[in-house]
Design a protein around this ligand. Structure first.
Ligand SMILES: CC(C)(COP(=O)(O)OP(=O)(O)OC[C@H]1O[C@@H](n2cnc3c(N)ncnc32)[C@H](O)[C@@H]1OP(=O)(O)O)[C@@H](O)C(=O)NCCC(=O)NCCS
Length: 180
């Protein structure tokens, strides 16, 4: 069964979203410090509600093709970030994540990404996971490099965000390269 999912990492728990998460989600996706690095502009409250409703609806589709989970600290159910894998292609998935700016630098993104990628390889049977990251996003590049992803190359004008086209650097990891 792929719904609901709860993944316990070393520092964070990944769990399904609920509409009670709106305020916490808004502190992440409504913050320009976070969204300047994402493929979309900052969202307002209504858009945060719509994002959560969409995630809940897609989470219950069969077969499930999106694993968009809230990240909480292990001892507190409030959402401080998210990690997402969207299935695409043959046994392949695209990884994304963000952490509230007040919580940066404590290892939460690395732990959330590690936990979700492990789940994707062990439980979902994926073969390949990619992350497309802005070339200047040093913190996010540090996350995937710590996890052993390989740099594949540049995707030119990959996203239109914050009013301009932006390249991405594509990183990937294959199931047989992953140690858990
Ligand atoms: C990228 C992001 C998720 C990292 O979250 P985090 O919880 O702070 O990450 P972690 O603490 O697990 O690790 C961050 C790593 O980046 C490094 N880092 C942080 N800021 C950095 C910077 N400006 N330059 C270089 N490295 C940096 C940290 O030192 C750490 O590496 P270390 O463990 O070797 O010291 C967070 O900065 C964020 O939400 N950014 C905006 C959204 C985003 O960019 N999402 C990813 C889109 S591809």
């Amino acid at each position: 069964m792929t719904y609901p999912i709860r993944i316990v990492g070393n520092q964070v728990v990944l769990r399904e979203f609920s509409l009670e998460d709106v305020e916490d989600v808004l502190t992440i996706i409504g913050d320009d410090k976070v969204t300047t690095w994402l493929s979309f502009d900052s969202r307002d409250r209504d858009q945060a509600v719509a994002m959560i409703e969409g995630a809940i609806e897609r989470a219950q589709q069969e077969p499930r093709t999106e694993f968009y989970l809230g990240a909480t600290k292990r001892d507190d159910d409030r959402v401080i970030g998210f990690a997402r894998i969207g299935l695409s292609g043959v046994q392949a998935g695209k990884l994304g994540y963000a952490i509230a700016a007040t919580e940066w630098g404590r290892g939460y993104a690395t732990d959330a990404a590690r936990a979700l990628v492990t789940h994707a390889f062990t439980e979902l049977g994926l073969h390949r996971i990619t992350a497309a990251i802005g070339p200047d996003n040093a913190a996010s590049i540090a996350v995937v490099q710590q996890l052993g992803f390989t740099r594949e190359g540049t995707l030119r004008d990959h996203v239109f965000t914050n009013g301009a086209w932006r390249d991405s650097v594509l990183f990937s990891v294959l199931a047989h390269e992953w140690s858990w």
